[in-house]
Structure formats: C-alpha cells, structure tokens
Design a protein around this ligand. Structure first.
Ligand code: ASP
Length: 582
C-alpha cells in the first residue's frame, strides 16, 4: 500500500498514529542532525522530520540524498510540531519518519514548483505536467471540474440528456475555417472537425430528443487573437417546442445556479437589452454593465457650430470619466495617444474638463461656449470633477473606438471588479451582417437562425434591418453564451441559403441532410452554446482561459510540449493520398 492517507489530511487529533504517505519532495531543510522535508501531493503538504536520535541511521543517510521533486513513500508516527505553522492545515503536526522508499528520482525541475514560480510562460507550457503540480494551476483545473459538474447536475435535473455527436463530420459554416482530416479510405475526401455540433443538435430535435446538452470540444481554424484556442469547449444545448423566452429562462436558471453554487452570489432577474440599445449606450454588443460611463450622443448639441470635424461626422459621442478632471495635461495627452494607436484608430479626441465650480474648460473652446458644454455634460451624465471624452466619425467605427476607451478607463479606474457579477441578455441581433470584403451579406449568428417571422417580408427590401430571434448572454463585458431560435421548415431554410448567396445546388450539397430532415416533422426548436473555458475563467475571477485548460496551445496554435502540429512521413502522406509541394 503506497499510502494510508494524503498529505492534506492529518491534524493534531491524529497524533500518535502511524501513517504511510506518498508524494513529491517540495522542500528540504538539512541541519545535519535533523532534516525537514515538505512532502506534497494534490491534497496538501505534510512536514516530515528525520532526526539523528530517533530515525534509523540508513534512513537518515538516504534522506540526505533526496532532491526536489523526488517521489517518495514514507512511514512514521504523527507527532506534535515544536513550532507550529498556522498557514497550512497540517501545520500542527509532523511525521517522524521510520521508513523511506524512493519511488522515483527527479531531475531538477526547470522552474520552481511554487505558487509564484520563476518559470516564464513558454517554459511552463513545455513542461506543463510540472506546471500542473503548482497550486494555482491545479486549483484552476479542480475549479473547472466543479463548474462542469454543476452544469451537468443542473441540466440533468431539468431533464436534459447529454448526447455525444461526431467529431469527424462535414464542414458547417459558422464563420471560421474548418480543420480538416484527410480520409485514407476515401481518396481525395476530407472530414472536417466540428466548429460546433450545430446541425447535429438540430437533428437530435428532429429525432425527438427534446432537451439536449453536451460538454463538447469545438474546433475553429482562426487567426489566433490573444486568448483564443483553436480547440475549445462549449456547453452546447438545444430544446424543442420552445420560444426564445423559454430558452432565456432555462439558461438564466443555469447561470444563476452556477453563480450561487460556485461563487455564492445571488443575482436577481437578468436585465435584457436589445442589440441596438447596447450599441447605442455602450458601443458594444457585449457591454460591461458593472459601471456606468454610458455613451451620450452629441450630434444635436455639437454640430453646426463651425467645428468641421464634428459637422462632417456621422456620430459625435462622448463619455464622462468619473473624477477625470484631476488628470494632468500630460495624462490627457497620453490618453489621446492611446485612442490614436492603430489598435483603436481614432484620429483624435476632444475633451472637456468639468471644474469643481461648475464651469467647463474644453479643448475646443474656440467653437463652444459654456451653454454648449453644459448640454454635453447633461447628455453624458457628467458631474463636476469629471472629464468628458468625445470622439467622432463613422457611426460603427466611432462606437467601437469609444467602447475601447470606456473599457480601458474603467480598467484603470478599478471599476472592473472581478468579484462583482453583472450578467445580461442582449437580444434582437440583426439576422445579417454586411461583409465589405465579399460585398455580400453573411449570417450574423449562423444560417440556421430564424428571422423574426413578422420581419421576413423586410428581407426583400432592407435585409440589413431584419432582426433575428438571436441572443447572447453577456457577463462582465464578455459574451459567455449565444444562441437562437432556429428555422425549422425547408422553404424558409432554402430562402435563407438563397439570401446568403448559396445556389440551390450548393445548399443541397452542403445541407441537403438538414433540409431533408425538415421534411419529416421537424419541431420548432432553439438553443444556445456557452463558451466553457471563458465562463470558468470569469467565474474564477481571472482573465486568461489558458490558465483553466490542462494542455493549452500557444498564440501560434502550437502545443509546445508535444510539439504539434508536426510533419508526417512520406508513407503516411501516401496512404492519405496527399502530396506536399516543396
Ligand atoms: N452553434 C452556435 C455557436 O457555436 C451556438 C448556438 O446557436 O447554439 O456559437
């Protein structure tokens, strides 16, 4: 038997008993006549003591030869510690070792296995198995387990069935590129890895499964932005015989359950906001509503005053930065530089200082008097002591820029408190999105999303204005879930494909299976998918999803530990009917 208990279990009421423990050598303090070792396993740390007077000589000797991260098994008596350590749960006791077995040697690890390690990101990823021994990483993985367990519990209780769908499928257009897998048995043909199980979950509804979920890997071959993974996990869900309201209520229930069980936070009914309203008030379809700084549109009060920059702009819009009047000229210049960075792309920024005495001082005093600026303050909700930041330009662009500034300032002002949770639903997304590059409309969510039935006629005259029964669940400025009510009849689906530029042949070739299924009694249905990695990171109060994935890929999509992707040999290529041009 390797162990009778773990390194996290022993307390003072165990004093006197003889125990066997196995684990890793965390730390050695060798005083010659006495040696202390911190023994570590997943459950904690227990101090071992080897003492010239009480420990057999050969054991004393072999203890002296141990190194960091050796795997050992020890037997000994639990005794009271002379100097107790209140910082750890086992701090009252230690083990007076009488038997020691070295189970395995270890090379000196390339970084310290401590909460604060000296290892950089690359090194930690290369030796991820060592990184996982560190508390913060280990705790994150356990935390993730707790979240997924609660998801499964909640949805099972609500009558959902977890069904697995295949990984080797045909492309589904969700907007990203597919990862493809060549078929050995079907020369020249390829599977695609699912970007999501979208069509399968819809077919499960046709199959009468009614309430489905799956915690499932999805694959998207996108250019990796910071903190995206080419393979990621979704909580994928679908329900039949539901309207949007049913879906929102069900998954609001799930989210509340997670917040309560995992964070001990009770949230009342989630606010709802239309997409249009979110864009207008926050310039963003995933607004962080933990703080104000809402947009004030200033066209009415800022145009037609000889300031050409504003006169020629589609939108003039500002935010009030609480307490911002204390910024020095230099600090404001830095802020202006910040909005001019290529990542944000503003051409400049107009600002108004709201003085404590109620007067205003702006960077455009030549064009605007105190009465004008008073109106700006009203529209942006600025108080004395604030700074109003104003951007102008093409509507969508300027909203995105001001939203970036709002988030940056909130971060700097400490308004993005990770212990505050402010979920909301954003609803009524546009059905279609104009793509400049291809000069045509794309489905904003995916091609299976139902337009609002009463707006279908509008598709002919003003497709961009048609709203969908599509919704996102937003938490603290992150989209954590998104879904829609689906099309469930063949004609509407065929019409949708037509709008999206598919020929009837292309639609049939790619989605014939779904359209056929719709002819055999497809129930009305809808669903949602949550991004599990991000959800776990936010609940864990952290930013990077990598920290909650056991074996993540780096920013170039590489697994640096196993060194993938990698070349394959000629033989394998031949079998797969592939030729690589050199
Ligand atoms: N398949 C969608 C996605 O992955 C989610 C959904 O519509 O349920 O974003």
């Amino acid at each position: 038997m390797y162990r009778t208990t773990t390194c996290g279990a022993l307390r003072s009421n165990n004093i006197g008993s003889v125990v066997t423990l196995s684990g890793w050598v965390q730390k050695i303090r060798d005083k010659g006549f006495m040696i202390w070792i911190d023994l570590r396993d997943r459950y904690g740390i227990t101090q071992l003591i080897f003492d010239e007077d009480r420990t057999p000589k050969e054991i004393m000797e072999s203890a002296k030869n141990l190194g960091r991260e050796y795997v050992i098994q020890v037997t000994g008596k639990v005794i009271e510690r002379a100097s107790k350590n209140p910082a750890i749960p086992t701090g009252d006791i230690e083990i007076l070792v009488t038997e020691l077995i070295v189970l395995n040697h270890a090379k000196t690890p390339p970084f310290t296995i401590e909460n604060e390690t000296d290892g950089g990101e690359d090194l930690r990823m290369k030796y991820r198995y060592l990184d996982i021994r560190r508390n913060p990483v280990k705790e994150n993985l356990i935390f993730r387990h707790r979240v997924t367990l609660e998801v499964r519990k909640y949805l099972s209780n609500e009558g959902f069935i977890e069904v697995e769908t295949p990984y080797l499928i045909k492309s589904t257009p969700e907007g990203a590129r597919d990862f493809v897998v060549p078929s050995r048995m079907n020369a020249g043909q390829f599977y695609a890895l699912p970007q999501s199980p979208q069509t399968f979950k819809q077919l499960l509804m046709v199959g009468g499964m009614d309430k489905y979920f799956q915690i499932v890997k999805c694959f998207r071959d996108e250019d990796l932005r910071a903190d995206r993974q080419p393979e990621f996990t979704q909580i994928d869900c679908e329900m039949a015989f539901v309207e949007q309201e049913d879906v929102l209520n069900t998954f609001e229930g799930l989210t509340k359950h997670l917040l309560k069980e995992i964070k001990g936070v009770t949230v009342e009914k989630f606010p709802r906001m239309t997409y249009d309203e979110a864009m207008q008030r926050y310039g963003n379809d995933k607004p962080d509503i933990r703080f104000g700084m809402e947009f004030g549109e200033l066209n009415d009060v800022a145009q037609h005053k000889n300031f050409n920059v504003f006169n020629s702009a589609e939108l003039v819009v500002g935010i009030a930065v609480p307490g911002g009047n204390k910024y020095s000229r230099k600090e404001i210049d830095k802020l202006i530089d910040w909005v001019k960075r290529p990542q944000v792309g503003a051409l400049g920024m107009v600002y108004v200082r709201c003085n404590e005495d109620g007067s205003y001082k702006s960077s455009v005093d030549k064009f605007y008097d105190q009465d004008d600026l008073t109106k700006w303050a009203e529209k942006t909700g600025a108080n004395a002591g604030d700074l109003i930041c104003v951007l102008s330009g093409e509507k969508d662009t300027v909203r995105a820029q001001l939203s970036a500034l709002r988030m940056e300032l909130a971060e700097r002002l400490g308004l993005r408190n990770p212990n505050v949770f402010a979920p909301l639903w954003v609803v009524d997304f546009p059905l279609l999105e104009w793509d400049e590059e291809t000069q045509r409309y794309h489905a904003m969510h995916h091609p299976f999303t139902s337009p609002k039935p009463e707006q279908i006629p509008l598709l002919k005259t003003n497709p961009g204005a048609v709203k969908a029964n599509a919704y996102d669940l937003v938490l603290n400025g992150n989209e954590i879930g998104g879904g829609s009510i689906r099309i469930h009849n063949k004609q509407t689906q065929a019409m949708m494909f037509d709008y999206l530029g598919f020929t009837p042949e292309e639609a049939k070739e790619q989605f014939g299976f779904l359209m056929n299924a719709f002819e055999y009694g497809a129930p009305p249905h809808g669903g949602i998918a949550f991004g599990l990695d991000r959800l776990v990171a936010i609940l864990g109060g952290q930013e990077t999803i990598r920290d909650f994935i056991a074996f993540p890929k780096n920013n170039s999509g590489r697994d640096v530990m196993i060194d993938a992707p990698a070349k394959i040999d000629q033989e394998q290529l031949k079998e797969l009917h592939l030729k690589i041009e050199n």
